[in-house]
Design a protein around this ligand. Structure first.
Ligand code: BDP
Length: 329
C-alpha cells in the first residue's frame, strides 16, 4: 500500500463519522501557518496549494495563510497543528523532533549524502516511515518541500575546521540534537526563535547561527553575520502538513484534492527553491558576505560521532531507520 493510500484508508474510516458534519457545515475555512516572508518559495507554493484546493472543491474549502510567523513560533505552531487549533502549516522537520521522534533522523548532521539523495529517500520508504510517525502524532504530510542545506554563519571569522566553531555562540533551532551538534565542536549553542536571531546577532547575544542561503538572506542575517561557511551539515526536508483533526473532517473526495494539491505545490516549491537559492547567494555576496567552501568535510563528520552514539542509545527503535538512510546509495 502506498503512503497516501494508507492515510486514505485510515481517514476513510474516520470520515464515515465526520463527513456529514463537513457537508452540513458548508464551507470549511482553514488557517495556515508559515514562518517565511511573502515572496519566499514556501509562501508562494502554499498560496498555490490553497488556490488549487479552493478551485477544485468549488469553494467548499477556503483558507488564509498567515506568513512571517504571526500565528506564533514554530515549536508552538507544530503543537497547534497537532491539536487542530491551526489547520495546516509548512514546517521544517528540525523542530518537530521533540514531539515526533521519527522526524529526528533527518536532523542528524550529515545523514544524507546529497539533496537529490534526500528526495529519493523521502519520496520512498524512509519518507513513508517518517510520515507514519507524523500521522500518529496528529500531522498529515501532504508534500515534502526543499530547504537545501544548512551552513554556519557568524560575525567573527570564517569556519574551515570544527575547531573554528570552538567558543562561538551559535543560535540553533529548538531541538536537543542541534545543541549536541554545536557542543560536539565545542561551540556554545542557544536554541532561540527564528524571529529573534537578527537582533541577537546584532547585539552580540550570539555570534551567529546556521541556515540555508534563502533564509540567511530573507532574514537579513547576512547584514550582521558576514562570514558564511558552507559546511552543509544539515539537509532537513520540510513538510506541508495538515492537522489530522482537520483532515478527518474532510470528505474522501476533498482529501484527494488536498493531497494532490499538496503534492503539486511541493513540485512547484522545489523548482522555485533552486532559483531563490542562486539569487540569495548573489544578493548576500553583493551585500558583503564572505563565503567560503569547506575543502574537507570529513573532520566535521567525524566530530558528529558522539551525536549519533547518543541518539542511537536514546532511541534504539530508530536504529533501523538511521541505518536505512546511512546505508543508502
Ligand atoms: C528555515 C526554515 C524554517 C525554520 C528556520 C529556523 O525554513 O522553518 O524556522 O530555518 O532556523 O530554513 O528556525
Amino acid at each position: 500500500m502506498t503512503f497516501f493510500k494508507k492515510i486514505n484508508a485510515v481517514a476513510a474510516g474516520a470520515a464515515l463519522g465526520v463527513s456529514l458534519v463537513a457537508t452540513a457545515s458548508g464551507a470549511t475555512d482553514l488557517r495556515g501557518w508559515n514562518i517565511h516572508v511573502d515572496d519566499y518559495p514556501v509562501s508562494i507554493a502554499m498560496e498555490s496549494f490553497m488556490k488549487e484546493v479552493t478551485e477544485k472543491t468549488g469553494g467548499a474549502i477556503t483558507g488564509k495563510i498567515y506568513n512571517n510567523g504571526v500565528l506564533g513560533d514554530q515549536p508552538d505552531a507544530i503543537e497547534q497543528v497537532r491539536l487542530g487549533a491551526i489547520d495546516f502549516g509548512e514546517f521544517s522537520l528540525g523542530p518537530m523532533g521533540q514531539a515526533i521522534p521519527e522526524t529526528n533522523v533527518v536532523s542528524l548532521p550529515f545523514i544524507f549524502k546529497s539533496i537529490p539523495q534526500m528526495y529519493k529517500l523521502m519520496d520512498g520508504e524512509v519518507g513513508e516511515k517518517i510520515g507514519e510517525g507524523m500521522i500518529a502524532k496528529g500531522m498529515v504530510p501532504l508534500g515534502w518541500y526543499d530547504a537545501g542545506a544548512r551552513s554556519f554563519y557568524n560575525s567573527q571569522h570564517p569556519i574551515n575546521t570544527p575547531d573554528d566553531v570552538k567558543g562561538l555562540k551559535i543560535r540553533v533551532m529548538s531541538n536537543d540534537l542541534f545543541v549536541m551538534m554545536v557542543e560536539a565542536m565545542k561551540g556554545n549553542a542557544t536554541p532561540m526563535a527564528f524571529g529573534e536571531v537578527y537582533q541577537s546577532i546584532k547585539t552580540g547575544v550570539v555570534d551567529g547561527a546556521e541556515n540555508n542561503p534563502p533564509s540567511y538572506e530573507s532574514t537579513n542575517h547576512f547584514e550582521v553575520a558576514k562570514y558564511y561557511s558552507l559546511t552543509e551539515h544539515l539537509i532537513i526536508p520540510e513538510c506541508l502538513c495538515m492537522s489530522k483533526a482537520t483532515w478527518d473532517k474532510l470528505t474522501p473526495e476533498q482529501q484527494t484534492i488536498v493531497k494532490d494539491a499538496g503534492h503539486a505545490s511541493a513540485l512547484l516549491q522545489r523548482e522555485l527553491w533552486q532559483a531563490r537559492e542562486a539569487a540569495s547567494m548573489e544578493k548576500v555576496k553583493a551585500g558583503g558576505t564572505e563565503v567560503n567552501t569547506i575543502a574537507d568535510k570529513a573532520p566535521f563528520q567525524a566530530a558528529m560521532a558522539p551525536v549519533y552514539d547518543k541518539f542511537i542509545a536514546d532511541n534504539p527503535a530508530l536504529t533501523d531507520l538511521v541505518n536505512m538512510i546511512r546505508n543508502a546509495d
